[in-house]
Ligand binder design. Structure first.
Ligand SMILES: *Cc1c(COP(=O)(O)O)cnc(C)c1O
Length: 462
């Protein structure tokens, strides 16, 4: 058939739509019509030879377009990067209790700012205030959109128009444009650097104090470590200096943890309770880092200062919605039962997962995976090292186990990684020594993982 004749032989839009009942039920008539038109236009531009596609074939093309268009890039994936709290992959996975609470709050009206006891107006922070006081030992607490917001509003409330002392060793940049000097500038606080990059002494802070200084800031060096000839002023001593000077001290813990990580066999990080007990007037930390909840920023500390922060008009711009408040309250409640916390909170469960269990998983999976990969590609168990991520214990890694996927040539590996990313439930690993490593520490849904890989089109790597 000549090109022109082939074009004339293509089915009409109406003919294809007459077969598209199921697609119309799923996507709606307008979407399907548009996809059929696009499929036909594609065939006209690039006529296939030798057979002219019939209506069913055109519908199949349209349905493939619809499926791709409908697919969410926020769909669940397998984070096998070895970074348990991966900022680019959404950080903490929520506990079941938190998911249930969030879903319930989404579906129905809740007493967000309503006191069920008195029938009068309530405060949205009240849902967390008591829990946070109980778990941190702080006098009072408030919560905002994330920890960056917590630092911003605290600096602005306590130090606008004045100076804040910060050690030169703590002027951090966290990924994604959170740089302490910039945040301070936006908060209207003048940065007064003290000490040197590697060594800051108590007298450096004391010498820099003046009536113009509004607060002292301590920042957790979340993503780096200064080693060698170093000195930093401990929180308790810095709190003493601040108290003597009559200015508040803010300790930005970053990740922050409510439990002693040495209980999980990890190195020690200061807990929020310890930072409060040391005498910091305000402590800030994240909801979705080690705490294991949704994105949020906690501000705990002195009652008068929390009240001032809550009066700051910025608070309204940074507040949380009912969904996250419900999930946060449910997450925090899990901390009341330390015996079952690790089992219930995915972040801590992953970090505490026994190596032998991960190794056994690798042994079980590698033969199945080898069978699913095209000829030439190999899968074998390997040892690897996980990290916590999101600024907790940046220099520390945890022995783990995984799968090492190798390709017959250099190009094959990129194609394999791309095919895994393109799965209905994408699988994300990392490249190391010419292989793709899948760290299995965070893999719990073994059948789901295998089903996902089995869905890999056989020609995906061609
Ligand atoms: C992570 C971090 C922040 C920012 O917290 P987000 O919750 O990501 O906004 C601020 N300060 C420190 C020290 C951090 O580690």
């Amino acid at each position: 058939m000549s090109g022109k004749a082939a074009l004339r032989a293509l089915p009409s839009v109406d003919r294809v739509l007459s077969l598209a009942g199921a697609a119309i039920t799923r996507f709606g008539r307008a979407e399907v019509t548009e996809a059929v038109r696009a499929a036909l236009a594609g065939l006209r531009r690039d006529p296939p030879a030798p057979d002219v596609p019939d209506a069913a074939a055109v519908l199949a093309l349209a349905e493939a377009r619809l499926a791709v268009r409908d697919r969410s890039n926020l769909r669940p994936l397998f984070n096998l990067t070895g970074t348990v709290l991966h900022t680019n992959l959404g950080r903490a996975l929520l506990a079941e209790a938190a998911i249930e609470a969030a879903v319930a709050a989404m579906r129905d009206a809740v007493a967000l700012e309503f006191d069920l006891g008195t029938g009068r107006r309530g405060e949205r922070d009240d849902h967390l205030r008591g829990l946070l006081r109980e778990l941190t030992g702080a006098e009072d607490a408030t919560v905002v959109n994330n920890n960056a917001a917590a630092v911003l509003i605290t600096l602005n409330t306590l130090g606008a128009g004045r100076g804040a002392l910060v050690s030169r060793g703590e002027l951090i940049e966290i990924g994604g444009a959170f740089r302490m000097p910039d945040i301070m500038a936006r908060a209207g606080v003048r940065l007064v650097e003290v000490g040197t990059t590697n060594r800051t002494h108590a007298r450096d802070y004391e010498d820099a104090l003046s009536p113009e200084i509004g607060l002292i800031l301590k920042v957790h060096p979340s993503n780096y470590r200064i080693e060698g000839f170093t000195k930093a002023v401990a929180g308790a001593e810095l709190a003493g200096i601040a108290r003597a000077a009559g200015v508040p001290m803010l300790n930005d813990l970053g990740s922050g943890t409510l439990v002693d990580l040495s209980r999980l066999g990890l190195a020690k990080e200061p807990t929020v309770r310890e930072a409060v007990a040391e005498g910091a007037d305000i402590v800030t930390f994240s909801g979705d880092k080690l705490l294991g909840g949704p994105q949020a920023g906690f501000i705990v500390g002195r009652r008068d200062l929390i009240a001032a922060i809550n009066r700051n008009p910025m608070k309204r711009a940074l507040r949380l919605d009912k969904i996250r408040l419900a999930a946060l309250a449910a997450t925090l409640k899990l901390y009341r039962d330390p015996d079952r916390l690790i089992e219930r909170l995915p972040t801590l469960r992953f970090l505490a997962r026994p190596l032998a269990e991960i190794e056994a998983l690798a042994q079980r999976l590698f033969p199945v995976l080898s069978g699913l990969l095209p000829p030439g590609f190999t899968a074998e168990p390997c040892s690897c090292r996980s990290q916590i991520g999101s600024g907790a214990l940046p220099a520390e890694t945890i022995p783990s186990a995984g799968l090492r996927l190798a390709a017959p040539d250099g190009v094959g590996l990129d194609r394999l990684a791309a095919a895994l990313r393109d799965l209905p439930r994408p699988v994300i690993g990392y490249l190391r020594d010419g292989a793709l490593v899948l760290d299995l520490r965070t893999l719990e849904d073994e059948p789901g993982f295998l089903a996902s890989l089995a869905a890999m089109p056989t020609d995906a790597l061609a």
